[in-house]
Design a protein around this ligand. Structure first.
Ligand SMILES: Cc1ncc(COP(=O)(O)O)c(C=O)c1O
Length: 386
């Protein structure tokens, strides 16, 4: 073979810092993890037990591409309770986490050169996944005063005859911004009018700290289900990152190509994980990760940064990240250089804003609380002693 198809992009910036941290730790270096977006608590024992039971009782064969019927029924029941009109047979696809749902969506539903509108800053994998599919990401920076959220007036100038999808992620990774119900209503009704499908990456939907907003947000979302691909995952909400399990819900006309593609590339989502997910959804309120833990970590991180001179941050209303502006504290330095220095000089791993499409920022994750205080002390020392 004289040529090999090359990936048209680099490794994800979030994974790159994670891999560096792992390498340094393997060399015996003491590095504190403030980079990975992965809850440090295990899933409920009963969920783990269910996966083991599935394996031991040989319920570990191929499943239908769309996932086991029982899980699709429970997902559909959950969505019904939120106001969605979905059928387990027509509208639900069980996927290997949100990443594979995103990949399937772009690969199966976009035509060459279709445009996908992506607010900046963004989750790093969006851009390569869109490009892999032959579509074109159209990047729109939202208003910094509004936590970088975008509104119809931000989007309007970028619309073309090729505009096909909008990527909604709320709470947002990396800012922690949350679209309020009214903002969502304006955004989703605008997209529906313009015939633009909303890919709703809802992986952090559980992590909204003002819980009074949740029901209004859900009420708004289901109204626009006809023009939406809703993507959810068990990774964060049930602390099941490595289990690779999630789901997608969308109208009949989109589901079939997604299902067919999943059949070709994965066959089905991991079988034992499907049974574990079924167990988790038996009692979602009880088995999801406790929000209080993350809420108090958020307060802790905010309190520290409130007292750091020359570092401002986006108000984190959800997810488990703080997105800090380091332009004043580290003038003239790229976010990658700042993160590299922090890793090597003070032993703390955080992610450069560049990975999310925005220079001058770093993302601090408080998903792992094992050494949060010490990690933040090191971080503040690293940011203020230059
Ligand atoms: C915004 C966003 N979408 C998707 C994913 C991928 O989630 P999953 O583990 O379900 O593939 C992540 C993971 O960090 C994320 O932050």
């Amino acid at each position: 073979m004289d040529s090999v198809k090359k990936a048209p992009f680099e490794e994800s910036g979030t994974l790159s810092i994670f891999h560096q941290m792992t390498k340094l730790r393997a060399m015996g270096k003491d590095i504190i993890n403030l980079c990975v977006g992965e809850p440090d608590i295990p899933p409920y024992h009963i969920i783990e037990e269910e996966a083991i039971r599935a394996i031991k009782s040989h319920k570990i064969m191929y499943t239908p591409s769309e996932g086991i019927q029982a899980l699709r029924e429970v997902v559909s029941g959950l969505l019904h309770s939120e106001g969605f009109h979905v059928s387990p047979d027509q509208n639900i696809l069980i996927t290997s986490g949100a990443k594979s749902a995103l990949f399937l969506t772009f690969m199966a539903l976009t035509e060459k050169n279709d445009e996908v509108i992506v607010p900046v800053p963004y989750y790093p994998s969006y851009i390569p996944l869109i490009r892999y599919a032959g579509a074109v990401p159209v990047l729109i920076k939202g208003n910094p005063q509004k936590g970088f959220k975008v509104s119809p007036s931000d989007i309007e100038p970028y619309l073309t005859s090729k505009s096909r999808f909008f990527l909604l992620n709320s709470p947002v990774n990396p800012t922690g911004s949350v679209y309020h119900p009214q903002e969502l209503e304006e955004l989703l009704s605008f997209l529906a009018q313009k015939n633009i499908l909303c890919v709703n990456d809802d992986v952090y939907g559980h992590f909204i700290y003002d819980e009074t907003l949740k029901s209004d947000i859900k009420a708004c979302i289901h109204k626009y289900q006809e023009s939406m691909i809703l993507i959810r995952s068990f990774s964060k909400e049930y602390a099941m990152t490595g289990w690779r399990i999630g789901y997608l819900a969308t109208p009949d006309r989109y589901i079939s190509p997604l299902k067919i593609l999943q059949g070709h590339i994965l066959g089905n989502a991991q079988t034992a994980s499907q049974y574990a997910a079924l167990k988790a959804l038996e009692n979602p309120k009880r088995f999801c990760v406790p929000l209080d833990i993350f809420k108090s970590r958020r307060e802790f991180v905010k309190n520290i940064f409130d007292h750091v001179k020359n570092v401002h941050y986006v108000e984190p209303m959800g997810a488990f990240y703080l997105f800090a502006n380091i332009q004043k504290s580290c003038p003239g330095k790229s976010s990658e250089d700042v993160c590299q220095d922090l890793l090597e000089k003070v032993g703390v791993a955080v992610t450069p804003g560049k990975a999310f499409g925005l220079e001058g920022f770093i993302r601090i994750s408080y998903a792992d609380g094992t050494a949060l205080k010490k990690g933040l002390e090191r971080l503040v020392e690293g940011l203020t002693s230059r």
